[in-house]
Design a binder for this molecule. Structure first.
Ligand code: HDL
Ligand code: ZN
Length: 439
């Protein structure tokens, strides 16, 4: 019989080391291997999709939004900011969010956590030394450094097939995704959010589809998905959906009705046939409705409809669904929905929820309602180095919650052992995902 953990301090130590020692499969990132072009280091490719280094960290779109709160567009027009070099943008953000004010927001703190855990001197308020360090790094070797420091064993990409640079990379270099440290996820938002636009693109690419979904459209749509699932060697398929997403679709909205038909007759049948989960990330209100001048920073959050997720899980029992929602207000109802369906796996504290106060609230609620049968976090990293801070900060909060929960458990007289904790942490940080993906 394993030795039970006696007191709160012993439980805290055990939980902290179990989380630190557990290699993570990061199930949602926007990261890429060097085959997609390296935008950092000594010889940056400005068109490269592999973002890394201090200037990319500081110009992450979360910080762009925050700097525009203190230097408004009336003072610095968006077009002028976007015309600056990456280094000039970073200098502007560093001046106003780090030197001119304390960098206590989660996005600013994250930059400093990453630099500190890389062993750099974060008492230095100049960027010169940091830039020198990154200029000395080799892109591929640096990926190993970051994965080792964050204890991430596998990085899941977001391969958005409707984004031209992404698609063209795959078409010109079939080996683009061969890096064993990365796995592919086929992302196709326009298929469901804007079928008329998507149909036009597919037709350009040689698929005999029609906006009116007639003729061979359904079969050709399935061919398109199958070909890209194979090319990307995708381990699940994904979309981001707006807060207005409904299943079944609102009868008056022709585009939404077309999206529903594509979901029912193309996406879900191909995912089921290939045994792939389908991930729905719901609640992002895209920048066109908010503030397009901010670019990636221009999107916002809206409350979504959990009943639509319930309807899909019930009506498509042969499909497996990942789901995360962007609004704090949706979290309790979505977590309760996960109690009703074994084919629903809730995951992550997405985007505007990835802040310690909300990660703690969500992780407590999920653990109390679901035990350890959920996936507490994904990084959503867009800049490679962010893995270091996003997982350091998340492990700290998850550790706080698990320590309390195991202390409560020990209080019932149940013998909590280090082996139990390590097994549960393995499920939360890796095996719940790995098992759900293989089905
Ligand atoms: O759609 C998504 O996958 C979101 O995560 C967006 O990429 C968003 O801009 C983001 O980076 N959130 O962290
Ligand atoms: Zn994302």
């Amino acid at each position: 019989m394993a030795k039970p953990l006696k007191d709160h301090a012993a439980i805290e130590r055990t939980v902290t080391s179990a989380l630190a020692d557990q290699p993570i499969i990061d199930m949602h990132t926007h990261l890429y291997p060097p085959t997609f072009g390296s935008a950092g280091g000594a010889n940056p490719d400005p068109a490269g999709l592999m973002l890394w280094g201090v200037d990319e960290l500081i110009t992450y779109h979360y910080l762009v939004a925050e700097v525009y709160r203190v230097v408004p567009a009336t003072e610095l027009p968006y077009e002028r900011f976007w015309a600056m070099s990456k280094a000039e943008q970073a200098d502007h953000i560093w001046k106003h969010l780090f030197v001119g004010r304390s960098p206590i927001s989660e996005s600013c703190r994250g930059v400093l956590t990453t630099l500190q855990l890389l062993g750099l001197d974060t008492s230095d308020r100049s960027l010169v030394g940091f830039r020198k360090y990154f200029a000395q790094q080799d892109p591929s070797g640096y990926i190993d450094t970051v994965m080792e420091k964050s204890n991430v064993e596998s990085i899941t990409m977001t391969n958005a097939v409707f984004d031209d640079p992404e698609r063209e990379t795959w078409l010109t270099n079939p080996k683009a995704g061969d890096d064993p440290r990365f796995t592919g996820v086929l992302r196709f938002d326009p298929l469901l959010r804007d079928w008329p636009g998507a149909a036009g693109r597919l037709a350009e690419w040689g698929y005999a589809v029609g906006e009116d979904l007639s003729g061979e459209t359904i079969e050709e749509g399935r061919r398109f998905l199958r070909e890209w699932i194979d090319r990307v060697r995708t381990i699940y398929c994904a979309v981001s959906l707006g807060p207005e997403f409904r299943y079944p679709a609102d009868g008056d909205d022709a585009t939404a009705r077309a999206g529903q038909k594509v979901l029912e007759q193309v996406v879900l049948p191909v995912c089921a046939e290939r045994g792939l989960p389908f991930a729905m990330m719901i609640g992002a209100k895209r920048r066109e409705l908010v503030n397009p001048g901010l670019g990636d920073a221009g999107d916002t959050v809206g409350k979504s409809d959990v009943q639509s997720v319930i309807n899909l899980c019930r009506e498509f029992p042969e499909n497996r669904f990942f789901c995360t929602m962007l609004a704090r207000e949706n979290q309790h109802e979505l977590t309760v929905a996960a109690r009703k369906f074994g084919n629903l796996m809730v995951f992550g504290c997405w985007w505007f929820l990835n802040n310690p106060s909300l990660v703690e609230e969500m992780t407590r609620m999920r653990t109390e309602l679901l035990g350890v049968s959920y996936i507490p976090q994904h990084s959503d990293a867009r800049v490679l180095d962010q893995l270091i801070y996003k997982w350091d900060h998340s492990r700290r909060v998850i550790g706080k919650v698990l320590t309390d929960k195991y202390a409560d458990l020990a209080g019932t007289g149940w013998a909590v052992s280090g082996e139990d904790v390590a097994r549960d942490v393995r499920l939360l940080l890796r095996d719940n995902f790995a098992t759900f993906v293989t089905g």
